[in-house]
Design a protein. Structure first.
Ligand SMILES: Nc1nc2c(c(=O)[nH]1)N[C@H]1C(S)=C(S)[C@@H](COP(=O)(O)O)O[C@H]1N2
Ligand SMILES: [Mo]
Length: 543
């Protein structure tokens, strides 16, 4: 089977091989280091990829003449050459670390730790570095050290029996041992265990590392595209009326900053959609199917709309509600291009990731409802989390039946014929927002000092408007709160009631009345199938 193992060379080969395997272990541990770092970078600090940080650090510290030499010699490929150089350096250093860990433990671990500290320091020198930037190299260091210890220990276990009993495992005169005999020796068990661990670690590192880097690179070039996206100026803007917001500590701001806006979706990773290749198809029960590019869409003219979004999963008093100034195009104008046919009663909107929502056709075609395709949110292109480049916003309907992000298709159809993502999962096919009110301050669990203090919060009744908000203290009479001036009927309002808080514990309850004269439903309902109801009542402590 193995004609070369007839003579004496086996001795020297056996002696050399563990060093080779130790070097390989070091390289695999380094791969695990980089892969873990890339994965954590993707999650917490996109620009903190250690290998790129070290690369840009080197670019920064390299003397100008060397830089010029590199550019004149390698041209556009200078960065590739640099990365290959670093890669080569990493491989050599990692091999040395592996050998050190085998012959002189824990020198290899120490070497990896130093690499972790140095690359962590390099990431901190980068522009835009935050304290989170040290996490990728730190995670890499931990994973790399663990991998190195694991592999070198297995390597040692494999080599140990061979050293003590070499004669029993090989038969130099007849060649290789029989497979059955080999399977039973401690050496071959050790060998298989080492090789399996090496292979799994190496494969895992390649898949995780390369995958994370590719996703990171793809989405960061998209970040650049988003950053440079010049949306046409709005033809009309939202005017915030005087008295639209109160300056009360603890009260939610009237407009929710994008970073604070709640996020709800089924997407495990945020879809990357390039606006230059984005298309919106409008099909189904229409006279002429239409396909729009991003430029077609924004070319229709953009206007600002202030709309408060609400999630069906918002519990009474909860935070899954936010208000933004959206920039977009009326859905009715877009649908009119295709010409919905008689008999249709639903628009099934579809996201690039397959998510679907069922919206009543009337809600997106009625003149009185500002249903839009939004491309901007609070003065910037839609954030990736919130549906870049195009999403739906429909006042008065819960997000899951109306606010499709990363939108790519609108199919005009019927409720009888089609159903959306959440419909077979226990949620209503149609779900108008149940108007509600919420207490922001004082909060349960945060004691307040006795004396004058505002009770304040938010209330919303999209498309109808809030008529008044009433507060009851310790189940006493309902007192009318002061409302902020609404931006429009689609946005929430703030409210407050001055309270001379006596010491002790008190119940505060709130309810709203909408402009149709209806009082908020008192009876508690769970979020499924179509939204919670109930009056919020909090227990506050006054000291
Ligand atoms: N593509 C897609 N769009 C989606 C969802 C989703 O899961 N996938 N969730 C919807 C739900 S349930 C809500 S409440 C809103 C939330 O929008 P936001 O994350 O921008 O606040 O998005 C809607 N649009
Ligand atoms: Mo939602």
């Amino acid at each position: 089977m193995n004609p070369t193992s007839g003579g004496n060379p086996t001795t020297s080969k056996t002696a050399r091989r563990p060093i080779g395997w130790a070097a390989a272990s070091g390289i695999i541990a380094a791969a695990a280091f980089l892969a873990a770092a890339e994965l954590v970078a993707l999650i917490v600090a996109r620009s903190a990829s250690p290998i790129l940080a070290v690369g840009s650090f080197l670019i920064d510290i390299v003397p100008q003449p060397v830089k010029e030499f590199a550019i004149s010699t390698f041209g556009d490929a200078d960065k590739v050459v640099l990365l290959i150089g670093i890669g080569f350096g990493v491989v050599v250093a990692a091999a040395v670390a592996g050998i050190l860990q085998y012959v002189r433990p824990p020198l290899g671990v120490i070497a990896l730790a130093i690499a972790g500290i140095l690359s962590g320091a390099a990431t901190l020198t980068r522009a835009g570095a935050t304290p989170l930037s040290v996490l990728p190299p730190l995670a890499g260091m931990i994973v790399g050290v663990l991998a190195l210890i694991l592999l070198i220990n297995r390597l040692r276990r494999w080599r140990a029996p061979r050293a003590t009993a070499p004669a029993t495992t090989t038969a130099p005169t007849t060649g290789a041992p029989t497979p059955a005999a080999a399977a039973d020796t401690p050496a071959s068990v050790g060998r298989r265990s080492f090789l399996r661990a090496s292979l799994l670690t190496a494969a895992g590192a390649v898949v995780v590392g390369a995958g994370s880097r590719v996703v990171n690179a793809a989405t960061s070039s998209l970040s650049a595209i988003r950053e440079e996206l010049a949306l046409p100026a709005p033809r009309t803007t939202v005017t915030i009326p005087d008295g639209a917001s109160f300056d009360i500590p603890g009260l939610t701001p009237l407009i929710t900053p994008n970073d604070d806006f709640y996020r709800v979706d089924t997407a495990l990773t945020v879809p990357s959609v390039d606006p230059t290749t984005w298309r919106l198809r409008i099909d189904g029960m229409v006279d002429t199917p239409v396909e729009l590019t991003f430029d077609d869409l924004v070319g229709m003219g953009l206007d600002e709309y202030a709309v408060t979004l609400t999630c069906v999963s918002n519990e009474v008093g909860g935070g899954l509600v936010g208000n933004a100034v959206w920039l977009g195009v009326p859905l009715r104008d877009v649908l009119r291009m295709a010409g919905p046919q008689a008999g249709a009663d639903m628009v099934l909107s579809r996201s690039v990731d397959g998510y679907t929502a069922s919206t009543p056709l009337s809600a997106v075609t009625d003149d009185g409802i500002d249903a839009i395709l939004a491309v901007g949110m609070n003065g910037e292109p839609l954030p990736f989390d919130h549906g870049f480049p195009v999403r739906m916003v429909v006042p008065g309907l819960y997000g899951y039946v109306s606010a499709t992000k990363w939108l790519t298709q609108l199919t005009v159809t019927t409720f009888a014929q089609d159903e959306a993502y959440w419909t077979p999962r226990g949620y209503g096919a149609e779900a108008p927002i149940k108007f509600s009110s919420r207490i922001d301050t004082p909060r349960a669990g945060t004691p307040i000092p006795a004396g004058r203090t505002p009770i304040a919060g938010m209330a919303w009744a999209q498309t109808v408007g809030i008529e008044r908000v009433e507060v009851s203290i310790d189940d006493g009479p309902w007192q009318q709160a002061t409302l902020s001036t609404p931006i429009n009927d689609d946005t929430w309002v703030q409210w407050f009631l001055d309270w001379d808080a006596p010491g002790g514990t008190h119940y505060i309850a709130v309810r709203a009345v909408n402009r149709d004269g209806e009082t908020q439903i008192q009876e508690r309902a769970p979020i499924a199938p179509d939204g919670s109801t109930g009056w919020q009542r909090v227990l506050v402590t006054v000291r």
